[in-house]
Design a protein around this ligand. Structure first.
Ligand code: MG
Length: 162
């Protein structure tokens, strides 16, 4: 049986770059504030795959009150979540992500992000879809206060992965 999970994450911008997003460092004048490195794309995908596997959520796996998680590499956290899914009997089939931000644009960084994320997910880059859009200037995203990400993941039983 194919399983589907959804993940959402948002982080606030603060002055000073670079910006860690989608597992890469982007030259930018702001960064995302978080207990970890603030990588909202990686966090949304992590919650999507954990949700699909019925294996909890990112906050349970990596408590933000645990000093060990301070500044933690979110790609490493994603890989741990993949292991947890595997232990629950599932492998990732594909993920689809929408990044909502006025800036930066995702397009120029898409292939580099797909390369890093696909390695952590143990899928081909073609199985990682990343789409960027603005919020048309509306609300906190429109004012450039932060980034929101929505991710959907499908998982298949380990013996039936494709
Ligand atoms: Mg987060």
């Amino acid at each position: 049986m194919v399983r589907v999970g959804i993940g959402y994450d948002s982080h606030r911008f603060a002055d000073g770059g670079p910006l860690t997003l989608g597992g890469i460092e982007i030259p930018f004048d702001r960064h995302l504030v978080g207990h970890s490195d603030g990588d909202a794309i990686a966090h949304a995908i992590t919650d999507a795959i954990l949700g699909a596997a019925g294996a909890g959520d990112i906050g349970e796996l990596f408590s933000d009150s645990d000093p060990a998680n301070r500044g933690r590499d979110s790609i490493e956290m994603l890989a741990v979540a993949v292991s947890r899914c595997r232990a629950a009997g599932y492998g990732v089939s594909q993920v689809d992500v929408t990044v909502i931000a006025e800036a930066p644009r995702v397009g120029p960084h898409r292939e580099a992000m797909r390369a890093v994320l696909s390695r952590a997910l143990a899928v081909t880059p073609a199985a990682v879809s990343l789409k960027g859009k603005t919020n048309e200037g509306m609300g906190w995203i429109g004012r450039g206060e932060g980034i929101a990400c929505i991710a959907v993941a499908t998982l298949a039983p380990n013996e039936d992965r494709r």
